[in-house]
Design a protein around this ligand. Structure first.
Ligand code: DAH
Length: 352
């Protein structure tokens, strides 16, 4: 039996060596290792041997089976390798040939603006944050010094969510990013230097409004923060984002969450803030030398209190306005309808 096994192994080695392709090798495999194969038959025969011979013969038979399987595997790989070298000859590729450039996209203009604004503020230590876009009335209005019957609420064309009312009121789609103010204060990490950017929702659609738009909200809370700090930050932003020749001015206004409150104007880039166009007539873009940018003010003590901050020890300023609007006011950008960037018209988007 042992001799038979050794002879069979020799025979297998020979035929494997002679096999010329995968099909030939498969034939060998069937002939020897298949269900009715010669090696399989010998292995089955081990069971009929006398008990004292079985372990020795069995061990050798199994060892030979393993070796043969290995041998087949090695040969299989060698044959496959050969196939590839044939492919290499027939299907050679010229890697120096100029390729076909796949169409390449770029970031949407609003994303570009968000990144630029984030970078400008991070250079002076403001951290980008994000707060919920579906939030409780408490954060969107009430904690911002706007109780339910406050008339100013009508200015925010709010979408209400059909959700159970909680201790924090109804759920709304945030109509401004100001909901981030009290949420940020609640973290109790003072001083606060936040720039929160997110989506806002209002029931409005015309050439200066889209129902979904973006705002950025700045909040700075520390000891002895004054209006000069606010002016400095706004002026810095205007120069970085719009160009070194631009300046800002503050106009008195009213917001429930700031006291005093301002509207921020930026000098017009077309007439240089003079209000007079090249034709010596009123500037057609601004009419007055200034363009309205957004809202700002010193954080109202009630807002600080709502966020758990002592208004006797701390003060702060806040500002906020729309990304789309701001981007449209950049020099050289001539977008006359705020809805255009959202129409997914590649002829438009490709220009930026
Ligand atoms: N949230 C206001 C709006 O959507 C803008 C605003 C005004 C934000 C004054 C502020 C602020 O932080 O201080 O119209």
């Amino acid at each position: 039996m042992l001799d038979k096994l050794k002879a069979l192994k020799k025979a297998i080695e020979k035929v494997v060596d002679q096999a010329k392709d995968a099909a030939g090798l498969e034939q060998v495999e069937i002939e020897y290792l298949g269900r009715k194969g010669k090696l399989t038959a010998l292995l089955k025969g081990v069971a009929d041997l006398a008990e004292q011979d079985r372990p020795k013969v069995g061990a050798l038979a199994n060892q030979i089976k393993r070796e043969v399987q290995q041998l087949l595997e090695v040969k299989k790989r060698a044959l496959a390798g050969g196939q590839f070298s044939v492919l290499g000859e027939t299907e050679r590729e010229d890697v120096t040939e100029p390729g076909i450039r796949p169409p390449e996209g770029h970031l949407h203009i609003v994303t570009q603006a968000i990144r630029e604004i984030t970078q400008i503020f991070s250079n002076i230590g403001f951290m980008r944050t994000r707060y919920p876009e579906v939030d409780w009335d408490w954060y969107a209005f009430e904690s911002l010094n706007m109780p339910p019957d406050h008339p100013a609420r009508d200015e925010w064309e709010t979408f209400f969510v059909d959700a159970p009312i909680s201790k924090k009121g109804k759920m709304v789609l945030t109509p401004h990013t100001s909901n981030g103010q009290v949420r940020e204060l609640e973290r109790h990490e003072l001083p606060v230097r936040m720039i929160s950017i997110g989506r806002c929702y209002r029931r409005q659609s015309d050439i200066t409004h889209v129902p979904m738009f973006h705002q950025f909200e700045g909040l700075y809370v520390d000891k002895q923060v004054s209006i000069s700090h606010l002016r400095g930050v706004l002026d810095y932003f205007a120069k970085e984002f719009f160009g070194s020749g631009r300046t800002t001015r503050l106009r008195p206004h009213h917001f429930p969450f700031t006291e005093p409150s301002f509207e921020i104007d930026i000098s017009c880039g077309i007439c240089g803030g003079t209000g007079v166009g090249k034709d010596k007539q009123k500037c057609r873009v601004c009419k007055s030398g200034w363009l309205e940018l957004g809202g700002a003010g010193m954080v109202h003590p009630n807002v600080l209190k709502a966020g758990g901050v002592d208004p006797k020890k701390y003060s702060g300023f806040a500002f906020g306005w729309g990304i789309e609007r701001t981007y449209m006011m950049k020099e050289g950008i001539q977008i006359d309808d705020v809805r255009t960037p959202y129409k997914n018209d590649l002829r438009f988007l490709k220009q930026f």
